[in-house]
Design a protein around this ligand. Structure first.
Ligand SMILES: NC(=O)C1=CN([C@@H]2O[C@H](COP(=O)(O)OP(=O)(O)OC[C@H]3O[C@@H](n4cnc5c(N)ncnc54)[C@H](OP(=O)(O)O)[C@@H]3O)[C@@H](O)[C@H]2O)C=CC1
Ligand SMILES: O=C1O[C@H](COP(=O)(O)O)[C@@H](O)[C@H](O)[C@H]1O
Length: 510
């Protein structure tokens, strides 16, 4: 039976019509992710009627030229294909606005355009500002919005801002950006996007843990030996990414945000309700409880950084990291990282969590595996082959989203032999439909005023504290921990294997 007092917290608010202004609208993110996400919402009938899109960038373009460029990409990348009959009315609501990010007059003209759109709607309307520019423009755009009065909504309406990653490059810059954000928009109207939180299986972690009664009693140090989070990519620095990446590295690019967010979903306590702050209060406690690797010795013992050397991916030769386009030939930036993490809470005392992330690994896959302690095998130890390993719950974030549970079973036959088997749930076959793209869910949530799947100020800052300690040991210490190497197309350096072997474990084979 539903609890009438909690219904407001469980049922989802309705996305509301609004004008979406995208800053950086001629860029890659807008073309490959944002507009296809909005289009797919239109295909599924989920986009509120009356949503308009204004693309903001400096290049001169007509609405028609802008729409043509978006259509070309949509045809290539849209998950539901491209249907002219749906695209045509959708594209009629897309407009282009030429301006420099720092040009006050451009924002004045934008305000006039938005007012004109709102007049057609009866005088007022909601506004969603999506900052999809390079990070050096985040401050300028926020301040310009405020100067043009665009951070204020009309009575009964809202003005919200989505800020893309990277949210700062360290704690100091993140704090500064948070201050600028909070001086322009209210925290409840601020949506720091982390697209991993919009992935279907990431959202399912809480459901798996808290809507089933069988997992939660075991979800602690009494039954779990360790947890692994692997995020492997086979791409390197294609498309000119080397320039950005060589300044960021795997720790800042992926661990500070996406992978610590996944970790917090796996390790958090049950929230008291499903409100955005209820969930985020619990997630931030996990990040705050991470044991700090705050000396070069602790970093050397618990964190492995590495670069790939030339090798092969799917039989094709690929260059080493330092030979990649726009990467410094003497770069000391990691394109691979493996970490041992300790969460100092009652629940996780003594349970190591391991994260590994790398470019140019053999394939693209992201998963979380929860490794349970072995059963006391007094009954089966004497069997030929003994007991083959223990229970492992694998949450496949991508591709082939789903969950599997490894169990030990009797091999059919007249003798008693044990073999591991897998109970496997695949989203695609169980529900008969593909998952929406992360950006679809996140855009819709923002239109509905639901910030649960967006990072809060304190989460971002706590994550940076942890990351900064490691970065400082690497780049500011007189005895920096070494940079390991591995061949592109292999599963990372041997030092990362040793990290687990020291604790009696090994990385799951993927
Ligand atoms: N691309 C991706 O897959 C992802 C990107 N992101 C983040 O999204 C953001 C945008 O990335 P991406 O789309 O790849 O970037 P791009 O470099 O492809 O696009 C940058 C955009 O900013 C505009 N621009 C640059 N300078 C100015 C200026 N002075 N005034 C007005 N417009 C300007 C460009 O317009 P013009 O063409 O007119 O010069 C272009 O529209 C970044 O923060 C990135 O970290 C996050 C996750 C994934
Ligand atoms: O944010 C980022 O994410 C991508 C990986 O995203 P995915 O959804 O394809 O798994 C990563 O390649 C990129 O370096 C990083 O900036």
């Amino acid at each position: 039976m539903t609890n009438p007092f909690r219904e407001d917290l469980v049922s989802r608010s309705q996305p509301e019509p609004c004008t979406v202004v995208i800053f950086g609208a001629t860029g890659d993110l807008t073309h490959r992710k944002l507009v296809p996400a909005l289009y797919n919402l239109a295909v599924d009938g989920e986009l509120p009627t009356g949503v308009k899109i204004i693309g903001f960038a400096r290049r001169e373009k007509s609405d028609a030229e802008f729409r043509t460029g978006l259509e070309e990409l949509n045809r290539k990348v849209s998950r539901s294909g491209h249907d002219d009959k749906i695209w045509a009315p959708f594209a009629e609501n897309i407009h282009y606005h030429t301006s420099e990010f720092t040009d006050a007059d451009g924002y004045k003209r934008l305000a006039e355009r938005l007012d004109a759109i709102d007049r057609e709607r009866g005088g007022k309307g909601n506004r969603l500002f999506y900052i999809a520019s390079a990070p050096e423009f985040f401050d300028d755009i926020l301040i310009s919005l405020k100067n043009a009065g665009l951070n204020q909504a009309a009575e009964g309406c809202w003005a919200r801002v989505i800020v893309e990653k990277p949210f700062g490059t360290d704690l100091a810059t993140a704090k500064h950006l948070n201050q600028v954000v909070n001086e322009t928009f209210h925290e409840s109207d601020t949506y720091r996007i982390d697209h991993y939180l919009g992935k279907e299986t990431a959202q399912n972690i809480m459901v798996l843990r808290f809507a089933n009664s069988i997992f939660e009693p075991l979800w602690n140090s009494r039954f779990i030996s360790h947890v692994q989070i692997t995020c492997a990519e086979n791409l390197g620095m294609e498309g000119g990414r080397g320039g950005y990446y060589d300044k960021a590295g795997a720790l800042r690019d992926m661990v500070q945000n996406h992978l610590l967010q996944l970790l917090s979903l796996v390790a958090m306590e049950p929230p008291t309700d499903l409100s955005a702050d209820g969930v985020r209060d619990e997630k931030v406690k996990v990040i705050r409880s991470l044991r700090q690797w705050d000396t070069p010795e602790k970093v050397a013992a618990n964190v492995i950084r590495a670069q790939y050397l030339a090798g092969h991916i799917d039989g094709t030769p690929v260059p080493g990291y330092r030979e990649e386009d726009r990467v410094d030939p003497e770069s000391m930036t990691e394109a691979y990282i493996a970490l041992r993490l300790k969460i100092d809470t009652w629940r996780w005392s003594g349970v190591p969590f391991y994260i590994r992330m790398g470019k140019r690994l053999p394939k693209k896959t992201t998963e979380i595996s929860v490794h349970f302690k072995d059963a006391p095998c007094v009954l089966f130890n004497a069997l030929p082959g003994g007991v083959p390993g223990g229970n492992v719950l694998v949450i496949r974030i991508q591709p082939d989203e789903g969950i599997s549970l490894r169990m030990v079973s009797k091999l059919p036959g007249t003798s008693l032999r044990l073999e591991p088997v897998k109970m496997d749930f695949h989203y695609a076959t169980s529900f008969g439909k593909g998952s929406p793209e992360a950006y679809e869910r996140l855009l819709l949530d923002c239109m509905a005023g639901d910030a649960t799947l967006f990072a809060r100020r304190d989460e971002v800052e706590e994550a940076w504290k942890f990351i900064d300690n490691i970065e400082n040991a690497w780049h500011k210490s007189t005895t920096p921990p070494p940079m390991a190497t591995f061949t592109a197309g292999s599963w990372g350096p041997k030092e990362a294997d040793n990290l687990l072997q020291e604790d009696g474990f090994s990385w799951r084979r993927l």
